[in-house]
Structures are given as C-alpha cells and as structure tokens.
Design a protein. Structure first.
Length: 114
C-alpha cells in the first residue's frame, strides 16, 4: 500500500518542483537558440512583442586572498539590448538581439522601463 502511495505521489512532487524552480529563473535567459536569439523567462503578463529587453551580467570584483572573500559587492553591468519577437505563454518569450554582445543561459534580462 505504501509503495502505491509513493508511486502515485511522484507526479505531484515533480510538478511542484518544476513550478518552484521556475520562479527563480524569472528574468533570465532560459535557452540560447543562437548568437542572436534566446528564449527568456518573461511571459505575457510582463512583456509584449516589440518591448525592448536589457541583458545584464553580474560584475564582481576579484577575490582578495588576504581576506578570503570579495573585495566589494557585485554590480549589474549592461551587456546589450534585444526586442521581444514572440510571446510563447505566461512564462517564456523569444528575444532577438543585434548580435553585438555575447550572452548565455542564465544571463539576466529585464524589460526596459519607459
């Protein structure tokens, strides 16, 4: 009986894990399609086709061996921009850049505030 309960609960556990992890991906590149195009974790309630998207990375100062930690705090540095070309659902959109900068999965993104 216990074995049946465990087996039947697996789909619910996986579904809850997937939805929990998704909230931590918000505002990042979920999948790089090519050097100019990415699926980003911003959906239809956050962006619309044509919206300008800003790409960022965390610039952290070098580790100081004497202190054993960072010399200072990390700051967001702008990499470049792109435009939303397609909304897939409430979670994901496609963004196209001009290809003048490099990004990867996990790169931070946000809609440009007007």
């Amino acid at each position: 009986m216990l074995k049946k309960i465990v087996i039947l609960s697996i789909p619910f556990i996986l579904a809850s894990c997937a939805s929990t992890n998704h909230k931590y991906m918000r505002g990042s590149v979920a999948m790089k399609l090519d050097n100019k195009t990415a699926h980003v974790c911003l959906g239809d309630n956050e962006v619309q086709p044509g919206d300008k998207i800003l790409f960022y990375y965390n610039d952290c100062e070098q580790v100081d061996p004497e202190v054993g930690g960072l010399k200072g705090l990390c700051t967001l540095k702008k990499l470049g921009t792109g435009k939303v070309t397609k909304i897939h659902n409430s979670h994901y959109s496609t963004v196209r850049t001009d290809g003048s900068f490099k990004f990867k999965e996990g790169t931070l993104v946000q809609r440009e505030k007007l």
